[in-house]
Unconditional design. Structure first.
Length: 663
C-alpha cells in the first residue's frame, strides 16, 4: 500500500459500525422499495396489485381447478377477488413449525406453488412474490379459504399477521380462495382504484381463457354509464370474440379474421408444454393495435412471443407470394404485415421468464420458436385455402411495402444529395451509411467517442450510421429557445435527422428508418437516454409518434462457462441465467463499465445485429388524454420547476436500491 494513503492519523469510523447494518426481515424490503416489485407507487402500480391477485385465480382456472372468478370493488378502496379453485393450503408448513401454509404464502417472499411445476403446468409468474407483495403494501388484508368442506380465515396489516388462522366451521357448498385488501395510503397516498380500469381488466381476463366465467361487482356509488354494478363475462370463442368486439363491424381486407389455437404435445412427465392462441385482422383505414399475453398476463412491451408471431406472418406471406409468382415479395418485412393490423396473441408456457417483476416483456427464448411453429402452419392454410383471400391480403400488404420502399428511396436520394452537394451541412462526427443494403437504415446515437469507435467497427456499413455525442446533452425541457439553438450537440442531432424540429418537424423527411439511442447500461447511461428521449419528445414529436425511436439494450454482464459466453442485461437476468442455463456450472462473471469496454464483435452480437439484438420502441399513446399525461410527466421530471422533481424524489426515496448507489 502506498504511504501517500496513510498520514499517520488513525481514520475515524464515525457512526459506521455494526449497528449501521440493517437486516430487513419478512416483507419489510417490499415496503421500503415497492418499485422493485411493482414498478413504483403510481396509479399503474396500484392497479398492478389487483392483477397479481387475479392472476393467481386465473392460474387455478388454467390448471383446470376453477371455473368461476369474482372481482368486486367496494367503497373504501377495497378490492375482493374470489375463485372456486382448490383453495390455498392451510395445514402447518413443514419448514415453518407453528405456521399455516396460508400464513407462509402471504407473509414470505418467494413462497408459492409455481416453482416445481407440480401444482401448475403454466402460471403467470415464478417469482413467488405476487400475493405477498400485495399483502405487504396493503393496510388491511383478509384471506378466506374454503377447503375440504371447512372455512378458514386469517387477517394481516401491512404484511404483519394479526393473529393465528381461524377455523370458522363447515362450508359444504363452497370451495376456493377469497383475497380482500385495501392498499396502504402510506405507500400509495390518496390514489383510488379506477372502476373502469378494473372492469376492463376483469373482462380481458375472461377473453384469455375461454373456460372461465368472471363475475364483476362494484358498489352502486362507483358504478357509471361505462361500469355496471354487476356483469358476467364468459367468451367461448376466446381471443376471436375479443377481436370481433374490437373490430366492431369495421370493414377488413379479409372477411374472415385469422384466428386459431395450437396446443403443444405433452412431454414425458405427462404435462402439456404449452398452448398458443391468436386472432388477427387487417381493418381498412386503421392504425392498428397489438395485445400480447403470456399465461394470461399482459406483456405490453411484447417480447419473444411477439418475435415468433412476426416471423410466422411475414414468412407465410412471402411463401404465398412465391406460390403465385409474385417476385417482389422478397422485399416484405414484418412491419409491412403488422402495420394497421389488429393483433392479439396469448401463449401459455412453462417457466416463463420476464424482463422484470412487472412482467411487461417476455424474454423466454423458446417462446419465439413455439409461436412461429404454431402460427405458421395455420397461416399457410389461411392464405392458400381461399386464394382470393390470400391475394387480397398480399396485395394490401405489398401496397404498404411499395410505399415504404418509395419513402426509403426518397431518403436515400436526400442523403446522397446532402452528402455530395452539401457535405458541410452534416455533423462532422456523423459516420453515415451508404443506404444501399436490403435492410432498413438506422442511426445509432452513441454515448462517447470510445463507444462510437467500437460501434463504427461493429456496424453494417450499408444500413447503420453512427453519431457519437459527448456525455449528457442539454435538457431541452428546461432550456430557453435561444439556448437550444446555440447548442452544438442539439444542432448536430437536428442536422443528422434532416426532418426539422417542432412545428416544422416532418417525419417523412427523416433520413433514417430507425433512430436508436445506445447508451451504457448504468445510471448515467439511463440519464443520457432520458435527455435524448426528452429531446425527441419536445423537438421531433412526429418521429416518436411514427415509431421511429428505439432504445438499444446493451448487456451489463458477461457470463463465461468454459468456452461458452452468455450476456445478461441486468442483475435479475444474470440470476435467471445462473439458475437455469448455467445451473451447476462454474461461471466467471464480468461487468461491463460501458459500451467502450466491449470489443466490436461483442457490441455487434449483443446490441447492433438485428438478428440477435433486442430493441425497445419508444412511442406515444394514441389517446389524447394519455398523451397529455405523458407531457405532464415530462414537464414534471424534466421541466424548469425543480420543486416538482424534489417532490417526486422525496416521495419515492424509499424505492432506491442501496446496491445500485454503491455500484
Amino acid at each position: 500500500m502506498s504511504d501517500d494513503l496513510f498520514d499517520g492519523t488513525p481514520a475515524s469510523s464515525g457512526d459506521y459500525d455494526s449497528s449501521s447494518i440493517e437486516v430487513l426481515e419478512g416483507l419489510e424490503p417490499v415496503r421500503r422499495r415497492p418499485g422493485m416489485y411493482i414498478g413504483g407507487t403510481d396509479e399503474r402500480a396500484l392497479h398492478h396489485l389487483v392483477a397479481e391477485v387475479l392472476d393467481n385465480s386465473m392460474d387455478e382456472a388454467v390448471a383446470g381447478h376453477a371455473t368461476r372468478i369474482e372481482v368486486r370493488l367496494d367503497e373504501g378502496n377495497r378490492v375482493t377477488v374470489t375463485d372456486n379453485g382448490r383453495g390455498m393450503p392451510v395445514d402447518e408448513h413443514p419448514k415453518f413449525p407453528g405456521k399455516s401454509t396460508l400464513e407462509v404464502i402471504l407473509s414470505t417472499l418467494h413462497s408459492g406453488g409455481k416453482f416445481s411445476g407440480k401444482a401448475y403446468a403454466t402460471s403467470g409468474g415464478l417469482h413467488g412474490v405476487g400475493v405477498s407483495v400485495v399483502n405487504a403494501l396493503s393496510s388491511d388484508t383478509r384471506v378466506e379459504v374454503a377447503r375440504d368442506r371447512q372455512l378458514y380465515a386469517q387477517e394481516f396489516a401491512r404484511g404483519i399477521t394479526q393473529g393465528p388462522i381461524q377455523e370458522l366451521g363447515p362450508t359444504p357448498n363452497r370451495r376456493g380462495t377469497t383475497v380482500s385488501f385495501v392498499p396502504d395510503t402510506e405507500i400509495f397516498g390518496d390514489r383510488k382504484f379506477n372502476p373502469k380500469r378494473l372492469f376492463k381488466l376483469a373482462r380481458s381476463k375472461a377473453y384469455l381463457f375461454a373456460g372461465v366465467e368472471i363475475r364483476w361487482k362494484c358498489a352502486a356509488s362507483l358504478a357509471s354509464e361505462d361500469v355496471p354494478e354487476e356483469a358476467v363475462f364468459k367468451f367461448p370463442g376466446g381471443l376471436a370474440d375479443h377481436l370481433a368486439e374490437q373490430i366492431n363491424g369495421r370493414e377488413c381486407v379479409t372477411a374472415q379474421p385469422f384466428a386459431g389455437q395450437q396446443e403443444f404435445p405433452a412431454s414425458d412427465d405427462g404435462i402439456v408444454q404449452g398452448r398458443v392462441e391468436w386472432a388477427v385482422a387487417w381493418p381498412l383505414w386503421s392504425e392498428g393495435s397489438t395485445s400480447w399475453y403470456c399465461n394470461t398476463v399482459p406483456t405490453p412491451d411484447g417480447g419473444t412471443h411477439e418475435q415468433g408471431m412476426r416471423a410466422a406472418l411475414v414468412k407465410g406471406l412471402r411463401a404465398f407470394g412465391d406460390l403465385i409468382g409474385q417476385k417482389k415479395v422478397k422485399d416484405l418485412t414484418a412491419d409491412d404485415v403488422m402495420t394497421g393490423a389488429e393483433v392479439m396473441l396469448s401463449v401459455f408456457i412453462r417457466d416463463p421468464q420476464f424482463q422484470s417483476q412487472t412482467k411487461d416483456r417476455l424474454t423466454s427464448p423458446e417462446a419465439a420458436r413455439l409461436v412461429e411453429n404454431a402460427v405458421r402452419d395455420h397461416f399457410d392454410h389461411f392464405l392458400s385455402d381461399n386464394m382470393d383471400r390470400g391475394k387480397a391480403l398480399l396485395g394490401q400488404v405489398m401496397e404498404r411495402m411499395d410505399e415504404r420502399l418509395r419513402r426509403k428511396q426518397e431518403r436515400e436520394i436526400k442523403r446522397k444529395t446532402a452528402t455530395n452537394a452539401k457535405k458541410l451541412r452534416l455533423p462532422g462526427k456523423l459516420t453515415d451509411c451508404s443506404g444501399e443494403g436490403d435492410g432498413e437504415t438506422e442511426l445509432f446515437i452513441v454515448e462517447g467517442d470510445s463507444a462510437g469507435g467500437s460501434a463504427k467497427q461493429a456496424r453494417d456499413r450499408k444500413t447503420q450510421a453512427i453519431l457519437p455525442i459527448r456525455g449528457k446533452i442539454l435538457n431541452v425541457a428546461s432550456a430557453s429557445a435561444d439556448k437550444i439553438r446555440a447548442n452544438q450537440e442539439i444542432a448536430d442531432l437536428a442536422l443528422a435527422m434532416g426532418c426539422g424540429t417542432r412545428k416544422d418537424c416532418d417525419a417523412e423527411s427523416l433520413r433514417y428508418d430507425r433512430i436508436v439511442i445506445m447508451t451504457d447500461a448504468d445510471v448515467d447511461g439511463a440519464h443520457i437516454a432520458t435527455l435524448l428521449m426528452t429531446f425527441f419528445f419536445q423537438e421531433m414529436p412526429d418521429v416518436v409518434r411514427g415509431g421511429h425511436l428505439f432504445l438499444a439494450q446493451p448487456p451489463l454482464f458477461r457470463l463465461t462457462a468454459g468456452k461458452e459466453s452468455f450476456y445478461a442485461r441486468d442483475e435479475e437476468h444474470r440470476q435467471e441465467l445462473e439458475a437455469t442455463v448455467l445451473k451447476g456450472k462454474k461461471v466467471e462473471v464480468s461487468r461491463f463499465k460501458g459500451l467502450g469496454e466491449m470489443n466490436p464483435a461483442q457490441l455487434r452480437e449483443t446490441t447492433m445485429n438485428p438478428e440477435t439484438r433486442s430493441l425497445i420502441r419508444i412511442t406515444l399513446p394514441p389517446e389524447f388524454e394519455q398523451r397529455a399525461a405523458v407531457k405532464e410527466l415530462v414537464d414534471q421530471l424534466m421541466g424548469r420547476n425543480p420543486e416538482h422533481r424534489f417532490n417526486f424524489i422525496q416521495n419515492r426515496a424509499g424505492e432506491i436500491d442501496r446496491e445500485m448507489i454503491d455500484a
